[in-house]
Design a protein around this ligand. Sequence first.
Ligand SMILES: Nc1ncnc2c1ncn2[C@@H]1O[C@H](COP(=O)(O)OP(=O)(O)O)[C@@H](O)[C@H]1O
Ligand SMILES: [Mg+2]
Length: 384
Amino acid sequence: MEHKLEKVNFLGQYLAASRSIEETLEMAMIISQDVLGYDHAMIRLLEGDILKAVKWIGFPREAADMVIHVGEGISGIVAKTGEPALVMDTLADPRFLSGVEGCRSELCVPMIYNTSIVGVFNVESNEPEFFTEQDLRILETFSLQITSAMETTRLRDKLSSSEKLSLVGQFASSILHDIRNDIHQLQICSDLLKKPNPTPERIEMVSQIVKKAGANIYGMIEDVLEFVRTERSRLDKKSVRLGPFIDSIINKIHTKASDSDVSLTVETDESIELDIDHGRFGRAVLNLINNSIEAMPDGGELSIISWMNGRAVSIELRDTGAGIEKERLDKIWEPFYTHGKEKGTGLGLAIVKKIVEEHGFTVNVESEPGEGTRVTITAPQIKL
Ligand SMILES: Nc1ncnc2c1ncn2[C@@H]1O[C@H](COP(=O)(O)OP(=O)(O)O)[C@@H](O)[C@H]1O
Ligand SMILES: [Mg+2]
């Protein structure tokens, strides 16, 4: 028995890594014959109300071509009822439909996936009373392993052929495009540095460009890491004073804001403290500030205001930028959705939403095209 169980386990492990349905069925046949010692076997899958043979061993082709409807013969009855059948003597069982000369006993189990019957696994022997109750349990286990492996393969195929590729493709191209631009800038800087007689102004300019490109690439890497992060609850929360927290973010984007003539104002109640993961929540606020600055290429105003309303804390960013049309408001949270800018990965707001929600906060956007946008993050019911 132990020996048999080992093989059942082995099949399970093998099938979990199986790459195709054909490979799954082939291996299932080989191992189940080794374990159960049957003479012939057939796996039929349901197509409408017909059981179609997809894999067999020891049966002639004609037996596989036989059309079996649900309810017909032992396989058909198993497919209809979902109950396994252990037939000790086929000669004494009127339900039996002979597929191969000399068959004297049969074991047939349903193949079930997610409570629906998807097919049957049928094994036969030329000896009467060949199969036991224990064999029935083993065949049921095989059947389960096969159906789940088939389903996994099917899902994997589906995903790898369309969604997965296009998602990875979109992801890679949106990020790589941006990184390429920044690297190009770095290359130009390297040429500038080689020019003779560097003036202090040129050195300062090169230094600024290098710093900016570095910060951009760094930011993008942070965004990608944040976006692909799957584990929840990895928030390293600490009580943080809102004023210094926002100042520390603004320090990072000061140059970007002044480059595009955006004036920044911050109004925070110094006493407000919030339980947050400083790094990750900072990333979210930074993404929002970046969006606002990018929406004001010809300059404008960005105010960051926070206040308490009872025990809830709100942080609001108001800009006087391009705004967002009503029909685009739902889309902006989708990963890869970007609109109206040359450089945009479309990950910013998807990340904001993820981080904000992981903190148990909410985020809301109101916008008036041509007037500006207002983003509000609300942290409900903080401890006082
Ligand atoms: N403050 C804002 N003002 C105007 N449009 C905005 C603002 N914030 C976001 N958007 C719109 O939402 C889109 C998605 O934003 P985001 O997810 O950060 O991606 P990205 O900034 O890379 O385009 C932006 O491309 C822009 O069209
Ligand atoms: Mg953005």
